[in-house]
Design a protein around this ligand. Structure first.
Ligand code: ARG
Length: 462
């Protein structure tokens, strides 16, 4: 395997076998093969279009490359370490298939602009798939929200009961996060979809190439303006890893909530058997493995972002072999984000059931209507801060007496402040507490219904 030299006649001996293995990327960059073939076909067509090679030669190259695609898809193209990377593997096989003309493919190109092209084509396709999965996740959130506009759930700040919410409002908060994720990926797609092909090794080429032609063949939105930048830029990958990390932050926060909600302490949701696992020793247990795994996997994606930043920060222009190490981080992040989005969508779609009676009890048994008592007095002309202090006192005495605000008699209310009337009981009932927060973007049912319509329109306008 190492008898053969990969390089020009400048080299006299082959690589040390361990160094060959260390140097090779074929073990992971084979993932790029479809894009490598597509990129090479566009390059071959450009070479023929500009007369750098003949039309017949161009056709032979394209035919050979399509043949390799078929072989790969049928499982008959499995290059080993000796091929070093996917680019050499393809070129070598091409030459086996079409003869010496195969050696013309690499005219006016370097593996540096080639790999940059491949990774961008790969990421562009994966961004589209992730955006699709975000849409499926948003769809499930909307469906769950539709069913739960009037389901109440305690709302928290500092993980202390704060004010009750429409469950739909809570779910639609995640819809909005996913919407930003979807938009962010759309913006990153534009910069990802820029062609470095034709930048050559670093300085461009002596051949009369047509970079716009090959870029158009590949559906790129534009081309790099500077050849050095084109072969050394990985900003798009950093941006993608950042967007992927933010998606994971969102999924992880939702996971954390599902985990809390499914605990005996909260008891807000039941996990269905199809999405929960048991313990090998404690027969009573049902574990929230799915959200736990999502929460856990966020770490590796954040790690890849950090890794890519560090990989890039000390690199002088232009290409450095360090850049070979960008791929596994990108591939793993893509796979992780897709798998987590899919798992979360299934979990929400069929894996959890909200325990509505328990939720109704939960919102009725706390002091999360205290703000509403203060608001009640404030609307009757009592300055809010004064009302706030007064209600604080009521909460303190009620707590000491083991009572809730709804348990106070009307004379007790009036004793506290003469402005209290019978309608105080309505004002502090959980449903009313939620319904009354009808400010734009608030949890009031009317607002939530409007937000739902907008969310539905967002999904149907794609
Ligand atoms: N396998 C390499 C990579 O992934 C291809 C580019 C190699 N370029 C070079 N000048 N050695 O980055």
């Amino acid at each position: 395997m190492t008898e053969k030299k990969t390089w020009s006649d400048r080299f006299e001996t082959a690589l040390h076998p361990a160094i060959a293995r260390f140097n090779a990327s074929i073990g992971f960059d084979i993932e790029l093969i479809e894009y490598d073939l597509t990129g090479s076909i566009a390059h071959a067509k450009m070479l023929a279009h500009t007369g750098i090679i003949s039309k017949e030669e161009g056709q032979q190259l394209v035919t050979g490359l399509e043949q390799i695609r078929r072989e790969y898809q049928e499982g008959n193209f499995t290059p080993g370490i000796d091929a070093e990377d996917v680019h050499f593997a393809v070129e070598r096989r091409l030459t086996e298939l079409v003869g010496d003309v195969g050696k013309k493919l690499h005219t006016a190109r370097s593996r540096n602009d080639q790999v940059g092209t491949d990774i961008r084509l790969y990421l562009r396709a994966e961004i589209d798939e992730i955006r699709e999965k975000l849409r499926e996740f948003q769809q499930i959130l909307v469906e769950l929200a539709e069913e739960n506009v009037e389901t109440l759930i305690p709302g928290y700040t500092h993980l202390q009961r704060a004010q009750p919410l429409s469950l739909a409002h809570h779910l639609l908060a995640y819809f909005q996060m996913a919407q930003r994720d979807w938009q962010r990926l759309g913006e990153i797609r534009v910069r990802t979809n820029t062609s470095p092909l034709g930048c050559g090794a670093l300085a461009g080429t002596t051949f009369p190439i047509d970079r716009h032609y090959s870029a158009a063949q590949l559906g790129f939105d534009g081309i790099y303006q500077n050849s050095l930048d084109g072969v050394s830029d990985r900003d798009f990958a950093i941006e993608f890893l950042c967007a992927a990390s933010i998606i994971m932050v969102h999924l992880s926060r939702l996971s954390e909530e599902v985990i809390l909600w499914s605990s005996q302490e909260f008891n807000f949701v039941t996990l269905k058997d199809s999405c929960a696992t048991g313990s090998s020793i404690m027969p009573q247990k049902k574990n929230p493995d799915v959200p736990e795994l999502i929460r856990g996997k966020s770490g590796r994606v954040f790690g890849h972002l950090q890794g890519m930043l560090v990989l890039m920060k000390g690199l002088p222009l232009a290409y450095n072999k360090d850049l070979q190490d960008d791929k596994e981080a990108i591939f793993d992040s893509v796979k992780t984000v897709k798998a987590c989005l899919e798992a979360m969508t299934i979990l929400l779609g069929e894996g959890i059931e909200f325990r509505k009676e328990r939720l109704a009890e939960a919102v009725a048994e706390d002091f999360s209507n205290a703000t509403d008592v203060a608001d009640y007095l404030a609307t009757k002309g009592v300055p809010f801060r004064e009302a706030y202090n007064l209600v604080g006192k009521v909460v303190k005495t009620s707590l000491a007496a083991g009572k809730l605000l709804k348990d106070l008699t009307i004379s007790q209310w009036k004793e506290l402040h003469p402005s209290f009337e019978e309608d105080i009981y309505d004002a502090i009932a959980p449903r009313q507490v939620v319904a009354a927060r009808n400010s734009y973007g608030g949890t009031g049912f009317d607002q939530v219904r409007e937000a739902l319509v907008k969310a539905q329109n967002t999904l149907s306008s794609d």
